[in-house]
Design a protein around this ligand. Sequence first.
Ligand code: ZN
Length: 479
Amino acid sequence: MTRTLSLALLGLAFPLLAQTSSPVAPALYSEAFTPDTMRVDLFHTGGMGQEIFALDRVVNDGPWAGSTTRLVDSLDLGDYRFEVRDRTAGKTLYSRGYSSLYAEWATTSEPRTRHRTFHESLRFPWPKQDVEIRIFSRDKQNAWRLLHALEVSPESIEVNRARYRGPGTVIPILENGSPAQKVDLLILGDGYGAQETAKFRADARRLVDLLFTQEPFKSRKTDFNVRAIELPAPEPGVFRPHGKVHRRTALSTQYGALGLERYLLTYDNRSLRDIASLAPYDFLEILVNDAQYGGGGIYNFQATVSVDTAFASYVFVHEFGHHFAGLGDEYYTSDVSYETGQPDLPEPWAMNITAMKDPKRLKWGDLVEKETPLPTPWPKEEFEKRSREFQAERKKLLAEGAPPAKIDEMFRRQQVEETKRLGTGPHAGKVGAFEGASYEAKGLYRPMADCIMFTRDEVGFCRVCQRAITRVIDEYSRP
Ligand SMILES: [Zn+2]
């Protein structure tokens, strides 16, 4: 029997949770869990001052691919966090942070005037006993607040123990060991026609190879397994509303997410999770067979990239940074759907963005050299002026219906100019606190002048982003 307790618990403040990063013995895993994955599907609805979760269904998501020793989340990332608790002992058996489309939508102006529903999944090892699931969100200061709780009994008639057996072929790309001791990355294709299976395989290999040229993925390659799922579409391409291209595809990946033309995501989490469950996975990436620039990445949920643009490699790595390590966007001059310019910003939870309320307690302070001033000067005004000019040029090209190659050419000019400007300032290459980050020109700081989370420059991840990614790899691959 599954019962929601949300109304009684809505709005109750909850103190910061005790964090345990110490691994548990494998015997503890088999005491509490079977080798399968339980997936609780939820509808997350809100708008006009309301936010509620409602149960959709509980299904078997295939063999558990996550760690069997690091069950309690030590990363503390994401807009949300869920805990699976033993009902009798009241002990946390498993927890994980995540972000969602709902969380992004909540930062736009739309919830003031309408309701909307998003589908979400909580995946965790299949419990042997009844459990309570608690979902937390962050308050205005980014502290955890209990939002919803529900009980799940594995013996309930609402729980379907069958695995998904729909179409899709699993292709191994990189095998390094047992899923429990490796980070399992799953590549899905969307909008590949039946004649394009060879193209999908080639695109998957090309982009995966590219990811492992970037640090710290490069040094930690043997900690990963990578698999792909091939699932041909009736015709090439995906739904691109701004370009008036209409398609129905298996994963329903689409441009124009949250109204932003280049934002590429799927709202159809139910189909995404069903298809993904054909292979063991911790993280997933959707390759979209399209030449129009686009991508998206949400922490512990999904990442996408359109494969046929000249900047596919940049978009892939950048968006994967969001999905894998919850890295924040370090850029702030591009158009976004989110409402910006909020006063008194709280300290962001992302490991690479800070409000720097106190420079002495800077969260990456151990990487800052004594001589580097905080905040750290950089050619901000010139950068912003040129950025605005390039954006005006892109808008004009899009309005004229210019081919993608023409926009790529403009991006290349911008890349050369920005690499030079950000690579030659007095504190270039140093870790400091550079004002302008996460869509805010003032009040938020990034760790280095340049990073793949900031520009399309070929500079890779900055040192703070690299350290964040390393922590996530450790969480999924260390015994
Ligand atoms: Zn960075």
